[in-house]
Design a protein around this ligand. Structure first.
Ligand SMILES: *Cc1c(COP(=O)(O)O)cnc(C)c1O
Length: 373
């Protein structure tokens, strides 16, 4: 088996998706599975769909093409505002896209007419994260222009929270988003089919007690993949946190002085120095580095300490035992480590439980009760 590699337990992805889908269904919200952190890996996308995701969302066209090549035919929405230069391709492979620029929407419309299609547009609204989005006061006018534009259809509106700012959405913000829906519908005379409230950071709000208003969709990546609430980093009850495991191989185990030897210019001083200054510690060097992942996002196995990392090496201090040369160590990854490792050409992906068990619902999770713990 090649190293470094990521083992992906697809049954855990299916379980995590199903757990969120079922809880949100009770609140009238469906789940769009976001595959960008796994570079649109088709089997992981399929596991999200098997777990009940209503569709998929991607940030990059290259990943969408990868999904389409694997014959994933479900609706795919582009969640990063399309590049003006890619309008033609966006219409070709995505049913819908999130948009913030009228110039881009016009280009999508021209492409859609040429391809004899209608491209669906969701307008992204700026609600405080200060990343992408139309300002609420400009929304009505832009929505009207999209409604009047042949080649595109206004499918809905959406907002995004906690990406740039890290600030979780509040109940007030979510109410504001619902109010905007009513404004647009009043002004344009059409009913919005999709109101996408945000990403994994919205789960504490969505699974709470407060009314959800008009929100009927969330775009969920991190919570499905890693089983955590991205804002607090806390595990979501009932979800697996270990669907992904990174493996790397030990390539050197020699003990090295922990600090460089001190040379005393004065021999008298050296003789006085009775306690040996040069400690030795067991070290392991692993064949993985900054080019493969975000090393600071790895959870080290118990008993190991981080000494350093370079482009191709990870150096750990290990007190408990001497690591055997050629053996593997396993690591859990945070979002940043996962995203980089999935995109790294030298990190293989190994799939476990590729096929869903027939008629067996994945009810073997840590517990069925979904709450933030
Ligand atoms: C990345 C992204 C998501 C998914 O975020 P997660 O935290 O992984 O759930 C949703 N919407 C947009 C616009 C994004 O860029």
């Amino acid at each position: 088996m090649s190293s470094p590699r990521i083992e992906v337990d697809l049954s855990k992805i299916r379980h995590n998706t199903r757990t969120i889908v079922e809880r949100l269904k009770a609140r009238g919200i469906h789940v769009t599975g976001v595959t960008k952190a796994v570079c649109g890996h088709p089997a992981i996308a399929q596991a999200m769909l098997d777990g009940g995701a209503a569709g998929l969302a991607e940030a990059r066209l290259s990943n969408v093409r990868r999904l389409r090549k694997a014959e994933i035919t479900c609706p795919i929405t582009l969640i990063r505002t399309p590049m003006l230069s890619q309008a033609e391709d966006v219409v070709q492979v995505c049913e819908a896209s999130y948009n913030t620029e009228l110039t881009v929407i016009s280009a999508l419309a021209v492409a859609a007419i040429r391809q004899k299609k209608v491209h669906e547009v969701i307008l992204m609204i700026e609600m405080g994260d200060l990343r992408e989005g139309i300002l609420p006061q400009d929304l009505g006018g832009i929505a009207q222009q999209v409604v009047d534009m042949p080649g595109v259809a206004l499918k809905g509106i959406g907002a995004n929270f906690a990406c740039l700012s890290g600030v979780a959405p509040t109940a007030t913000k979510m109410q504001d988003l619902s109010d905007l829906v009513k404004n647009i519908e009043g002004r344009c005379g059409s009913v919005l089919q999709a109101v996408s409230g945000g990403n994994s950071a919205n789960l504490p709000w969505a699974l709470g007690e407060l009314p959800i208003g008009r929100i009927n969709d969330l775009r969920i990546g991190e919570a499905i993949l890693l089983g955590v609430d991205p804002v607090s980093g806390n595990q979501i009850g009932g979800m697996y946190r270990d669907a992904f495991t990174l493996f790397a191989e030990v390539i050197e185990t020699n003990a090295k002085p922990l600090s460089p030897p001190i040379s005393f210019a004065n021999p008298v001083l050296a003789k006085l120095h009775l306690v040996p200054e040069i400690e030795t510690g067991e070290r392991a060097i692993l064949a993985i580095g900054l080019q493969d992942t975000d090393i600071s996002g790895l959870s080290l196995p118990l008993g190991n300490t981080f000494i350093g990392a370079t482009s191709d090496h990870l150096i750990l201090g290990t007190k408990l035992e001497t690591r055997r040369l050629g053996s593997e160590m396993r690591f859990k990854m945070n979002y940043s480590a996962l995203m980089r490792a999935m995109a790294a050409p030298d990190v293989q992906t190994n799939l476990l439980h590729d096929r869903p068990a027939p008629d067996v619902r994945d009810s073997h999770g840590p517990n069925k009760h979904l709450a933030l713990v």
